[in-house]
Design a protein around this ligand. Structure first.
Ligand code: MCA
Ligand code: AMP
Length: 520
């Protein structure tokens, strides 16, 4: 049987001439395809040489990684696949409490962290039973590479079936702790192979990679796309609008969350001629405002292609790249929509009673297909709750589909704020706030923001007799949670508005603070 290991598929797509440039970094380093092949073999060999007990649950060993963006971090991801282990990426903004939960829950055999965090991350990892903790920094230093330097640069990708676990991506929930979405080699491969065709990847394409590599967008969609096409990546360690614009004449494809497009539009260097060499701009992870879509078209002459994805499903809908008879759709990229269900992916809109809704009616978006994850790590009940009896995953997004097939997301049934492309769950922040001295209760709501699209605002009620200071509360939150989760403003109020059932009326709070950062 052929090897379904995603790495094997990506490796088979490397160009014949392995000396060509695969990655060029913004600090002037060049990596050839041969470099990627050898480096991933060495790190895979290191992983395989470790003394790791065979997990009792039959799952592959997990490699949990919280490191700054670097080509070596991508190599570690690819090497993990190559060795047949499962990759667990962690946002660099996560604080110790958050990391402790992920490591405790996933029980990784290997943890890789930045050297500056080694003392506290290793303490957490060793306590959780992890025996191997390595460091990796964004200047090609750290114990991982030191150890891998002694390993062979040849390795045969470990045999994997399409249902075998390749990665665990933690996503928060409206209640309870984060859930680890289990993605298989088959999920990732099918989505990547289909998108290569759907987005018309072609010889000579060059991708600007400016997203973080600990979430679906930067780690899977961008990297798999470029690797499967044998395309060079112009690698940006951190998003800087000026540097991306400067690279446009050498590139053809760019992927970003809406905030990246908003920030680039703020630069006078963004012009039609500067973008003339580009073939495709793709946006996703958060709603792209129609103003941004129109402004981009007016300024650059390019129509942004918006698509829709989730950690649990990778990509599920996309606007078209071009008219394609095979897919039976027209060529128009419609602003404000997320396009059509992708080939092989079934998307439907259902009402509260579980019945399919007629065209144009608003309901819950559900999805099935080879892209959909198998379930949440060690949470069978949560998994069962999120799937329908006939096997569709309930996205928690609310939308509609028009007669031509275009899907529009109009809201969310889940209490979620998407800020600059990162998900922020009010329940998590409220529970940390509510545990603070003097706090009786709190509510977090999302309001429009010109840069991040949406940001959180906190409304906090003091216990009788207690005096609260908004800035102190925000400072205390910052010590506990990733920085992007911290509300941008905090108000101390006398009470929270409630309906007759006693439920907090977040819509009233949202209306109250609607215009805090914009003219909305
Ligand atoms: C940074 N800050 C933020 C955010 N990012 N606040 C709210 N939301 C954010 N997203 C705050 C920090 O807390 C800090 O505040 C200050 O901004 C500066 O931090 P810094 O890290 O320097 O910010 P930045 O470099 O300007 O980052 C902004 C960014 C970044 C480039 C837009 O957030 C980003 O790369 N976002 C992309 C996220 C992404 O890749 N999402 C894909 C998820 P202070 O100074 O007060 O501490 S995948 C997904 O959603 C699905 C599956 C899909 O469909 O793709
Ligand atoms: P995550 O939990 O990080 O995987 O985020 C997935 C969520 O991001 C989805 O359920 C949507 O709510 C949102 N999302 C992704 N792409 C889009 C988009 N193009 N427009 C609106 N929301 C999006």
């Amino acid at each position: 049987m052929s090897n379904q290991n995603l790495f094997a598929t990506l490796r088979a797509a490397f160009p014949a001439d392995l000396d060509r440039v695969a990655v060029e970094t913004d600090n002037g380093l060049l990596y050839s395809w041969r470099d990627l092949d050898r480096a991933t073999a060495m790190v895979a060999n290191l992983l395989q040489s470790l003394d790791i007990p065979k997990p009792a649950d039959g799952m592959p060993p997990r490699v949990a990684v919280q490191v700054e963006k670097s080509v070596e971090a991508m190599v570690l991801y690819l090497a993990t696949l190559r060795a047949g282990f499962a990759f667990l990426p962690l946002n660099t903004a996560y604080q110790s409490g958050e990391i402790e939960y992920f490591i405790g829950n996933a029980e990784p055999a290997v943890v890789v962290c930045s050297s500056k965090n080694f003392s506290w991350v290793s303490a957490i990892a060793f306590k959780a039973g992890t025996r191997h903790v390595f460091t990796l920094d964004d200047d090609r230093s750290g114990s991982l590479l030191e150890r891998a330097a002694h390993c062979s640069d040849r390795q045969t990708p470990v045999q994997r079936g399409e249902d075998d676990l390749a990665a665990i991506l933690y996503t928060s929930g409206t209640t309870g702790r984060s859930k680890g979405a289990m993605l298989s080699h088959g999920n990732l491969t099918s989505n990547a192979v289909m998108l290569k065709d759907y987005w018309g990847w072609q010889p000579g394409d060059v991708l600007i990679h400016a997203l973080p590599i600990f979430h679906v967008h930067g780690l899977f969609v961008a990297i798999h796309g470029a690797l499967l096409n044998g395309s060079t990546m112009l690698w940006h360690g951190k998003f800087d609008p000026k540097r991306v614009i400067a690279d446009l004449p050498r590139a053809t494809v760019f992927m970003g969350v809406p905030t990246l497009y908003v920030r680039m539009l703020g630069e006078s260097a963004l012009t039609q001629s500067q973008a003339a060499h580009m073939r495709l701009f793709i946006s996703g992870s958060a709603p792209l405002l129609i103003e941004t879509f129109n402004d981009w078209q007016a300024r650059t002459g390019h129509t942004i292609l918006e698509r829709y994805g989730m950690s649990e499903t990778i990509m599920l809908t996309s606007n078209p790249y071009r008219a394609d008879a095979r897919y039976g759709h027209q060529s128009e990229r419609r602003g404000g929509t997320v396009g059509f269900p992708l080939p092989g992916v079934s998307v439907r809109v259902r009402g509260d009673e579980g019945a399919d809704l007629p065209v144009g009616e608003i309901g819950g978006i559900e999805v099935a297909g080879p892209n959909v994850f198998s379930g949440y790590w060690r949470m069978p009940e949560k998994t069962a709750e999120e799937f329908t009896a006939d096997g569709f995953f309930k996205t928690g997004d609310v939308g509609q589909q028009d007669a031509r097939g275009y899907v529009t997301i109009v809201g969310r049934s889940k209490d979620l704020i998407i800020s600059g492309g990162y998900n922020v769950y009010p329940a998590e922040i409220e529970s940390v706030l509510n545990d603070m001295p003097g706090v009786a209760e709190s509510a977090i709501v999302g309001v429009p923001h010109p840069d991040f699209g949406e940001v959180g605002v906190a409304v906090v009620i003091a216990r009788p007799g207690a005096t609260l200071d908004a800035e102190q509360l925000l400072g205390a939150l910052k010590a506990r949670l990733a920085n992007f989760k911290i509300p941008k403003r905090c108000f101390i109020a006398a009470e929270l508005p409630r309906n007759t059932m006693g439920k907090v009326q977040k819509n009233l709070l949202r209306n109250r603070y609607q215009g805090l950062f914009t003219d909305a």
